[in-house]
Design a binder for this molecule. Sequence first.
Ligand code: AMP
Ligand code: MG
Length: 321
Amino acid sequence: MPYEKEQQHIIEAVRKASLLTLKVRAAALSTEKVGREPVTAADFGSQACICAELKQAFPNDGVVAEESAADFLGLGNPALRQQVVDLVGDTLEITVSENDVCTWLDHGHGVAANRQWVIDPIDGTKGFLAGRRYTIAVGLLVDGEPVFGVLGCPAYPVAGADDGKLFYGSVGDGAYSVRLNGEEITPITVSKQAATALLRGVESVESAHADHSAMDDIRAQLGASKDHVVRMDGQDKYAAVACGDADYYLRLSPDKTRKERIWDHAAGVAVITAAGGTITDLEGHPLDFSLGKTLDANRGIIASNGIYHDQIVTAVKVANA
Ligand code: AMP
Ligand code: MG
């Protein structure tokens, strides 16, 4: 099985990081802004736990991750730094120092290797803070291609339970889901929905991240209904398409010059690809993950079950979005 060792180590690390984030949310811990984006103890704690595992299991691989030791040390509130140290120690069940947290946060950064782990410790921080969805996303690029991904989705709805889900997939070995507090592994695939009027979409909640009215125009062009669209934060959108809960994910920033960050997509792209779906940019070109921290060669995202992908690309063109 490809990426068996990666599955063994990283699914468990993402599970632990997901539980850490839930603990922070339950305690309503404080927030600071780093640049324009809000961060919490959970962002740093989640990344430190995942990178501690990477350092141990895959010490020579590179890492591209959203948070850094410099931002952690730059937190104005020392109590917030101590919360991170305590959370990481409790989660890993070892004694942890601030120095350990810094080492893990920066582990693998700038390492030139053909294997690069791409991490968003909390994708959709605004959703996390508002009590909505968010995702702990870890993807593996080999020679610039997303080949393995794990999505921790602590707020993904589970019928009859409230514990969320994990999704993972290796290209060539299919995709799977498991409950956050469960063991039973379910194979997942993209939907077979082939009627445009019934297509179910997912898109960002935040209007700063996604141009909702332009996306409505594309849907009108396609013949898909905007009544069948669910808004959610983070890479839960990729998970929804991968497991057939939705048929397509459209992402079109209101800022047409914006370049997407690779940690917002690498894990989700690996999982959707493993589940049999199709992903391109708005022009129908493949996403190029080999150009650094941003998808410099691409604008926007279309992820789908593949059946209507070309029609969506055409609808984008005709709607002139
Ligand atoms: P989502 O939860 O799908 O709306 O995406 C959250 C991600 O949107 C964050 O991780 C940011 O990297 C990204 N983001 C921030 N500003 C923008 C923007 N203007 N356009 C597109 N994405 C953005
Ligand atoms: Mg993000």
